[in-house]
Design a protein around this ligand. Sequence first.
Ligand code: ADP
Ligand code: MG
Length: 370
Amino acid sequence: KDSTDARRIKRLDDSVVNRIAAGEIIVQPANALKELLENSIDAGSTMIEILVKEGGLKLLQITDNGHGIDKDDMNILCERFTTSKIEKYDDLERISTYGFRGEALASISHISRLSVTSKTKASPLAYKCQYVNGQLANSNGRSDPNAEPKPVAGKDGTQITVEDLFYNVPSRLKSFRSKSDEFSKIVDVVTRYAVHTKRVGFSCKKFGEPYLVLSTRPQATTEDKIRTLYGSEIASELLSINLTGDELSGTEGSPAQDFGLLEVTGFVSNASYLNKKKITHIFFINDRLVSCNPLKRIINSVYQFFLPKGSHPFVYLSLKIKPENIDVNIHPTKRELRFLHEDDIMELIRDKLHSLLAATDYSRKFRSQN
Ligand code: ADP
Ligand code: MG
């Protein structure tokens, strides 16, 4: 081929496009796990069990007791942009589910060997399918348009099995230095969801090991969950934060302002909790796990005032913001989001946190004087 030929613009194969897109959404096993967890929560599950082998690269299996998937939907389940959660663009304004893009299972099927077993209440049997590159596969793992869901015995709910993640993305596979790092990231994601998600219990296990790495009960209170997941030392030093109604309409004496902040709840460690090891920030905005740098900044600035240098707080905050003020559609991983009145909202939270810590700090000093 001469050089002009090489420069011609060619259309990429669908399979190439899809694999590239998948690699952007699923960067590491923990990303796949988060998508699957969210699907299980969206399905109304009360118990979600996770099994992991080799940091999720060999096996990632999520079993839930949610509403299941209809047998007749299983053929398009893993195609891109197939979803049961929205029908039109406007639905995004009122979205109450985690998912809406219909991309997660499709992506995973392009970069792993995926199988799904599911049973709805209405069906006497569970059905099992294998997928490859968005399509149903036969038992040899080859794409096969005539493949049929296979009836199997099973409980209500869904089991998703992801094997050999990134088997066809060798450069990505090489980039993972340690399987135990990947496992820690998975446990971290599960732990955060376990703290936040009400009425859902979680358990997580390493393949071949008898004990559970973590386990929470669906009915446990948030405090109980934090105790179970982070230890009793933290649990006895927690302050509950709860901002609703009038407190959110501007500071006292000033005219009521509407920043679109509906509620702030959570638990934060008090001024006598001394921990040199690590910072724990768990932030959910409208039930989405986010990493919110402005929130981190104000939290650090407040605690700096109360804690000795080098000591780190535990902070779990859940914000509810008017959905129309939020853009969740910034990035496929949805880890970042934008909302209106960010500075004002941060100021409100900073003031509240400061007065909460000041109140308990004062009582501590007062006690020690007597
Ligand atoms: P999205 O969550 O954006 O809709 P996904 O690719 O994650 O896209 O899932 C596609 C569809 O598969 C979902 O809309 C849902 O109907 C179904 N689904 C996926 N996981 C589960 C599950 N654990 N239980 C029930 N249905 C599921
Ligand atoms: Mg999803």
